[in-house]
Design a protein around this ligand. Sequence first.
Ligand SMILES: [Fe+2]
Length: 413
Amino acid sequence: MALLRSTILQRGRTMLTAFYRRLGSNYKDPGRISCVDMTDSGLLIQLNVNGSEKTHKLPYVYLRDNSQNPDLLTHSRQDRHLFDANIQATNVQTSDHGQQLIITWPDERVSYYPLSWLLQHLSGSSTISGRLPVERELWTNNSFESTLMKYDFDDLMSSDSRLLDCLIKLESCGIILVENAGLEPRRALSLSDRIAYPKPVVYGYDVMKLEVKPNASSLAYTNVQIPLHTDMPYCEYVPGILFLHCIHQVKGDGGRTMCSDGFHVAEELRIRSPSAFEMLSRYPIQFGDAADDYVGHNIDAMQKPIRLDCMGDIVAIRHNNGVRGSRFPSELMDRLYDWYDAYYKFSHLMYDPKYLVEFKLQPGQIAMFDNTRILHGRSRFDLGEGVYRYLEEVYLDWDEARSKARVIMGKNN
Ligand SMILES: [Fe+2]
């Protein structure tokens, strides 16, 4: 196969670089395609970025599938073409001093790939698909106060930039606090509506009312302590974001919100006890819930307490001991002791003073939690004459919230 190594282009590129460097010290080398080499199994593309060379190999079908030509462009996804995996290029070359790759195909179509596109795509994605492109901030009890961002309710309702900042912070830290939401019911719903449609669940179509009631089917409707948990792990499609609007709060020390950064706890478990981490991230276990508070339901799902992506990054925590079932995968049955030991370690680590945070939600505040990450609970409170605690809860899916964030980002660009 032909080796395309254009010394003329390289010499031109070197001269151009030298010219730009003379223009000023702020010149930033954009890099270049220094060599392309056709092989039977794919195209070798050598890039020079900041003086270092790196070679990437891609099958032709990927390049044809991702042609940047308007006639083959797939961004609209309206008519994405299917290509034979064995497709081969008939010719490749570079242009514009290595700033563009040009491929000719057997049907005589020509595809163009700007260097900027190649730089973005040749190494694949190192981030979790779907997440907003922000660094994850793991927090502890010590750092919680500086981590917790507070937003004004009216600001979020009126300012796209504040709402975007809030969603990015929620992605990054897993929790934010909204103040001055007032005491009117359905304010959490108004806020979630500002982002997207709320998620209906078996406990309510839009707003769930959290108050003590007789014959409660859930600890959420009692005054006893609610242990750390994530909501509804028995669902395949777990609610992604949880809004808790405090409307009436009890006096004294009880009724405090507890929370712990599940991702940080799991990362610590990975270091302290790799075998326990492997056990909880490899095997799904049963969660289930049946009640008829709002609508008769009986939900059952097998979920991993720690869910990883293909690169080993933690993407979700599912933990709620009260709705944990008895069914285990068959291949785990002769390792149950190890499983319980691992689960005990994880369940206790989340209460470690290093990680556990307690604060008391005040009337007019809305806490927003990432329900795939943050373990939350509530301390017990005394019942008595005139004692009343009332919170409203709303769920939203992460897909919807991330979509809203990207729409706002698009308007800002
Ligand atoms: Fe909960």
